[in-house]
Design a protein around this ligand. Structure first.
Ligand SMILES: [Zn+2]
Length: 298
């Protein structure tokens, strides 16, 4: 046996093992974690930088995240300004990973207008909470499929099959949502939240959104904004208002007490909750939010 032949034989034995090493994917939102895990299957090892229930508006990477990023082959983020730390993290880690952002495949974005701010600012921002629109989640599923296939062409068929299966579940969810929303008269589709995060849900189902704080839950509401919102709730006879999972519901209730509206239940604005919540998966979050809204406003 020649040395060359032995080398070829050796490579022939080793190559399939190397090819089977899982593709290392780092995710920057829990819906991306779910999609990458579902579509990637055993061919992919997903590391979530943002754990379930983490607040994407205030997330800051830990020093150990630099090492995770350095070893990544694909980074999946949202875009929309939700990852202001990313450029620095990429530079510090020296990662050569591809970066794919949900923003790149979301065709119809929803602006957020500060309607009750009581101040004359007219600029429009884009709602970054893309995961509340099923069309967005479908588009991101295809993005993830394509990115994984580009990096592991040998497994492209598996990624495609799993993406199709995941999209079928999204179709079922969409059909369920149409039945659910049909029970709520259009005149009652008024959504009062403290954090303006449901622009895509509102667009899909004809809700008008009234929010106290705008898209960033860190911002403090003004007294004028609060008074305007209380007036509106009384005038429109809106039955319920909705705190979100990252804040104290009693605070919203106290602020809006004189409006006469009740607390409609907690919504998951910034993504799925932890494993012990009714919103542990994307579909769980979506169903929980819509059921809670429709049930309280009906
Ligand atoms: Zn948010």
């Amino acid at each position: 046996m020649t040395l060359l032949f032995r080398a070829v034989l050796f490579l022939g034995l080793v190559a399939p093992v190397l090819a089977a090493a899982p593709l290392r994917v780092v995710t920057l939102h829990s819906v991306l974690t779910e999609i990458a895990t579902e579509v990637g299957g055993p061919e992919v090892a997903v590391t979530a930088l943002l754990k379930a229930g983490a607040d994407p508006h205030t997330f800051n990477p830990a020093p150990t995240d630099v090492r995770t990023l350095a070893q990544a082959e694909l980074i999946l983020g949202s875009g929309f300004g939700l990852e202001p730390y990313l450029d620095k993290l990429v530079a510090n880690s020296g990662t050569k990973a591809r970066i794919a952002l949900a923003r790149a495949v979301i065709r119809e974005t929803v602006p957020t207008a500060c309607r009750h701010g009581g101040h004359a600012h007219t600029h429009e921002e884009i709602d970054p909470h893309w995961w509340h629109g099923l069309a967005n989640v479908r588009a991101v599923t295809q993005l993830v499929r394509d990115q994984l296939a580009a990096l592991r062409p040998a497994a492209a068929a598996q990624f495609a099959a799993r993406a199709t299966a995941y999209a079928a579940r999204l179709d079922q969810l969409a059909a369920w949502a149409q039945t659910e929303i049909a029970t709520l008269p259009p005149a009652r589709r008024q959504l009062v939240t403290s954090h303006e995060a449901f622009g895509y849900l509102a667009r899909d189902f004809g809700f008008t959104i009234h929010s106290l704080q705008g898209v960033n839950p860190e911002a403090e509401p003004s007294a004028r904004a609060l008074a305007a919102l209380i007036d509106l709730i009384k005038r429109e006879r809106i039955r319920a208002v909705f705190p979100d999972s990252t804040e104290n519901p009693k605070l919203l209730a106290a602020m809006l007490r004189e409006s006469g509206a009740t607390l409609g239940g907690t919504l998951y604005a910034d993504g799925p909750g932890g494993a012990d919540t009714p919103a542990a998966t994307f579909a769980g979050m979506y169903r929980h939010n819509l059921t809670t809204i429709v049930g309280a406003l009906r």
